[in-house]
Design a protein around this ligand. Sequence first.
Ligand code: NAG
Ligand code: NAG
Ligand code: NAG
Length: 299
Amino acid sequence: MLCTIVLAASLLVAPALADLETVISSGRDRTYWVHEPDDFEDGQTYPAIIAFHGSSGIGFNIDGFAMEADVRLSLPVVPTAYSSDRYFIYPDGVNGYWAGPTYANVSVAEDLQFVRDLIDDIKSKYSIDSNRIYATGLSNGAGFVGTIACSEVGGQFAALAPVAGSFYTDVDGTGCTPARSPLPILEIHGGSDQTVFYEGGEGEGGPLPAIPTWLGYWQQRNGCTSNSTVDSDSGNVHHTSWICGGQNGTLKHWKVDANGHDWPSKTINFDMLAAGMGPQPIEANDIVTEFFDQFSLSG
Ligand SMILES: *[C@@H]1O[C@H](CO)[C@@H](O)[C@H](O)[C@H]1NC(C)=O
Ligand SMILES: *[C@@H]1O[C@H](CO)[C@@H](O)[C@H](O)[C@H]1NC(C)=O
Ligand SMILES: *[C@@H]1O[C@H](CO)[C@@H](O)[C@H](O)[C@H]1NC(C)=O
């Protein structure tokens, strides 16, 4: 339903749609949407933020496009505060899902291979700054960002930021081999998330770690030595920043106690509507892009 509305809206503005690209990966046609920098200039390279959509079950290769319309980091036609000088890449999962949960249709190995092939493809077709490629995602897509962080291909990303992540492949802290340490990671989660519970438990696609437990894994992996938390919004918002490898903020977490399962914004988006949430005290788009801007593979 949601996606049907988004698709109908997209047809009205068809001339300004993002590019739909295809790359063959593991013998399968894989698709992704590209929003080029609004102020693109020839001869320049730009950072790229790859954003992995939540589970949809709609398929038809429009899930990436729906992610753009929902999250509003970039938008068709209208420039956003973030889209002037960055590429936004919105890949489509197979049948609307990313690997990890039992409901996904492909193996973790196949989806990780797709990420490698996707990065090679965008580098060959667009003017991407290889030192500034970032990954974000929502829910199932955020869980997959966690999977990427635990794999060798995660090393190609300067920083990663899962939002409301379902970390099905990182339940007990084993089997995770990050490409480097510290690997900059930020997670945002609603304390009242009724789909991917903050305290973990049985999710729709298998067992899930509690978010503090998962952050504890990364505290160890990143070699963090201390952390501090700042509370705001009358104790509703908690922002924790860890010092890892001598650098403050290579692991970060935002918890909004009263928020549910969504991508939090000060103005309601589609997934906040679906979660029955009103405006939130934090703007995930600001938090995620400001986090990414601090990191580059060139140091
Ligand atoms: C793909 O996932 C859908 C939704 O869970 C399921 O109905 C279908 O059987 C799956 N197909 C395969 C080949 O696993
Ligand atoms: C922060 O550091 C303290 C030790 O100073 C530790 O007990 C705690 O688990 C760390 N993580 C969080 C989320 O507070
Ligand atoms: C680390 O950064 C956070 C904000 O992101 C700040 O609140 C904290 O005081 C900083 N810690 C140190 C030791 O500078």
